[in-house]
Design a protein around this ligand. Structure first.
Ligand SMILES: [Zn+2]
Length: 167
C-alpha cells in the first residue's frame, strides 16, 4: 500500500475515522508523507487548535499509529517533539480491523441465510418463530406480516465482504 493512497482504502479510512474523527483524518493527512513534524506545524497546516491536535496525536500514539522523538534544544533547554507515522503499525492495525469486519459480516451473513424474516409496513421485523406465534400479524400494529426476501441483503453483505478482502 503506498503511503498516499492509504486513506483511499475504505477500510483504512473508516477505521481511522472511527478512532480519531474527521479532525483526526486531517491531522493524519497533514503528516502522512512527512518524515517528521511538530504538533505546532500540524496545527498550522490543518487550522486546528493545538490542544485538539495534541489530543489526536495522543490517541494515535496510544494505537501506535503515530510516534514521537524528543529533542532538547541545548540553548533554551526546551523540548521539541517530532512526530511521525508508523506505517508498519498502521497496516497491521488495518489488517486486524479488516479481519474483525469480515468476521462480523460473515456472522451476519450466516444469520441472514439461516433465518427467515417477516416484516410489517410499520417497520417491525420478526423471525419465523415469532411470526408463527403472532399468527403472521405485527405485534405492534396488527397488520399482516409479509415474507422478506433476504437475497438483496445477502448480496449486499457478500459485496461488502469482497470489498474488505480486496479493497
Ligand atoms: Zn406493524
Amino acid at each position: 500500500m503506498s503511503e498516499n493512497s492509504i486513506l483511499e482504502n475504505s477500510v483504512v479510512y473508516e477505521y481511522l475515522k472511527k478512532k480519531v474523527g474527521e479532525e483526526g483524518i486531517l491531522v493524519i493527512k497533514s503528516f502522512l508523507d512527512k518524515e517528521e513534524t511538530t504538533d505546532e506545524e500540524i496545527a498550522k497546516v490543518t487550522d486546528l487548535k493545538l490542544n485538539i491536535v495534541r489530543r489526536i496525536l495522543y490517541i494515535l500514539y496510544e494505537s501506535r499509529i503515530a510516534e514521537y522523538k524528543r529533542l532538547k534544544d541545548k540553548e533554551s533547554g526546551w523540548m521539541t517533539y517530532l512526530w511521525s507515522i508508523n506505517h508498519k503499525n498502521i497496516e497491521a492495525a488495518i489488517e486486524n480491523e479488516a479481519k474483525r469486519l469480515i468476521r462480523n459480516l460473515e456472522a451476519r451473513l450466516k444469520f441472514e441465510r439461516e433465518n427467515m424474516f417477516y416484516v410489517c409496513s410499520c417497520g417491525e421485523k420478526a423471525d419465523f418463530t415469532q411470526a408463527l406465534e403472532q399468527n403472521f400479524k405485527c405485534s405492534v400494529c396488527g397488520s399482516p406480516l409479509t415474507y422478506q426476501d433476504s437475497s438483496t441483503i445477502i448480496k449486499a453483505i457478500e459485496r461488502r465482504i469482497s470489498e474488505v478482502e480486496d479493497p
